[in-house]
Design a protein around this ligand. Structure first.
Ligand SMILES: Cc1ncc(COP(=O)(O)O)c(C=O)c1O
Length: 425
């Protein structure tokens, strides 16, 4: 029997000979588009590529408006600000997410309320949302994590009952559908990221999506130093006559604009996204059907409402008790060695995340003793997030889902190999 790669045996995949599919994906179409931007001299600021991408992304997502910006952190901040969220307001979010989801709530001087997630999706637990609602609650940020969807039916029900905004953090969900509606078109605002690891990328970048004209106006101004949106012909329907805004500032804001180079790459990437999502989904379904029979391994839950899937990572659940007691970290290290690609834990719960430490910014955030206490992440107890991160997660870059069925069989065989030899670790 071939011993485990981590112990010096042959890996399940020798990535020097047989690399995983490359990410990001590009070809001469991106090269041509970038040269076009270069030669045009219009490198930023409401240029033709930005306008075209916003239009295409709005159409693809099934919303009236899309506004692109520098990254998926500022788009979250813009979303919160557009909803008028600030001092004294509370925003409920899952404790298991990238730090930006919470940090941007602090950046508008509101209070992030971290709540626990569901064990089978790793997304926010609607029951925990209900428990966390107070008269100060203004919004719920639902993060569709890795390849899972937040339970949007429950979240919308709760939001309606308590008159709350719903912001979807879709940094991992470009193209995913819930009941036939795309992520980012279900809540009041969707926020997307195009950072390099994301499954639609321009290296960096972000977009906010909405169907609400008032929110759109604010979002557009917020990304552009507070300037009023320029005349936009296709929003006439919302305002009756032609839409021509007064010159002058709309609000105070910074420069969060996207460049034409990013937009040019995104226009091409978006054309590829539906097919790439389809391939990733077919492979994920097949891979899940193989690994479900390995003791201690459980695929992520897929709701019947998930009519189209989108994967930022291929994630699955791990239970050491079913895996002959092998600790999660050792399992991931062994699988990393077999596959030649990092198998990472989930995000660290935000109450333990060294990148989410609001109390290190006292000059900015210490508005009062009460606020200081309210934003201390350590006040939150997140047992499910802890269990997922410290004991039960495995996440692999989505490029492993872009290969063949044989690749999926290889991943499943590598997991089985570790199970069979786990007593050696
Ligand atoms: C869930 C989530 N939200 C927001 C962001 C922020 O996006 P960006 O890196 O584009 O600022 C990320 C980035 O990793 C993310 O994973």
């Amino acid at each position: 029997m071939n011993s485990l790669a981590i112990l010096g045996g042959l890996p399940a995949r020798d990535t020097k000979i047989n690399p995983w599919p490359k990410w990001p994906v590009w070809d001469e179409k991106e090269e041509k588009a970038l040269i076009e931007v270069l030669n045009s001299g219009v490198w930023s600021y409401n240029g033709p590529k930005e306008t075209e991408f916003n239009k295409n992304f709005a159409e693809y997502t099934g919303v009236k408006y899309a506004v692109s910006a520098a990254n998926g952190t500022v788009t979250l901040q813009m979303a919160l600000e557009a909803c008028g969220i600030g001092v004294g307001d509370e925003v409920i979010l899952p404790g298991l997410t990238w730090q930006a989801t919470a940090a941007t709530i602090l950046d508008v001087n509101a209070t992030p309320i971290l709540v626990d997630v569901l064990e089978d999706t790793w997304c926010i637990d609607p029951k925990e949302i209900e428990k966390a609602i107070t008269p100060r609650t203004k919004a719920i940020v639902a993060v569709h994590l890795y390849g899972s969807f937040s339970d949007m039916d429950e979240i919308l029900r709760i939001a309606k009952e308590h008159n709350l905004y719903v912001i979807e953090d879709c940094a991992h969900k470009h193209g995913g559908e819930w009941n036939g509606k795309k992520a980012g078109s279900i809540g009041d605002i969707g926020s997307f990221s195009y950072q390099l690891s994301k499954h639609l990328t321009a290296g960096e970048g972000g977009t906010v999506t909405t169907n609400n004209f008032e929110l759109y106006e604010k979002l557009d101004a917020l990304r552009n130093c507070g300037r009023r949106p320029e005349p936009v012909t296709d929003v006439k329907a919302d305002k009756g006559e032609g839409v021509y805004f007064d010159a002058g500032n709309f609000c105070q804001s910074g420069n969060y604009r996207i460049t034409e180079f990013q937009a040019a790459i995104l226009i091409e990437g978006l054309k590829r996204l539906p097919e790439q999502n389809k391939v990733r989904d077919e492979n994920a379904i097949y891979l899940n059907s193989l690994i479900i029979s390995i003791p201690g391994i459980s695929p992520m839950k897929r709701y019947p409402q998930e009519t189209k899937e989108a994967y930022f990572n291929f994630a699955f659940r791990y239970d050491a008790t079913g895996f002959k007691g092998l600790p999660n970290a050792k399992f991931r290290a062994a699988l990393t060695a077999e596959l030649g690609i990092e198998v990472a834990p989930s995000y660290i719960p935000l109450n333990k995340c060294s990148l989410y430490v609001p109390l290190t910014k006292p000059a900015r955030h210490k508005l009062s003793e009460e606020y200081w206490k309210a934003i201390d992440p350590e006040r939150f107890d997140l047992p499910v997030c802890d269990k997922i991160h410290f004991e039960g997660s495995a996440c692999i870059h989505h490029k492993i889902l872009m290969g063949t069925k044989a690749d999926m069989e290889l991943v499943a065989a590598a997991i089985q190999k570790i199970y069979d030899q786990s007593e050696n670790l």
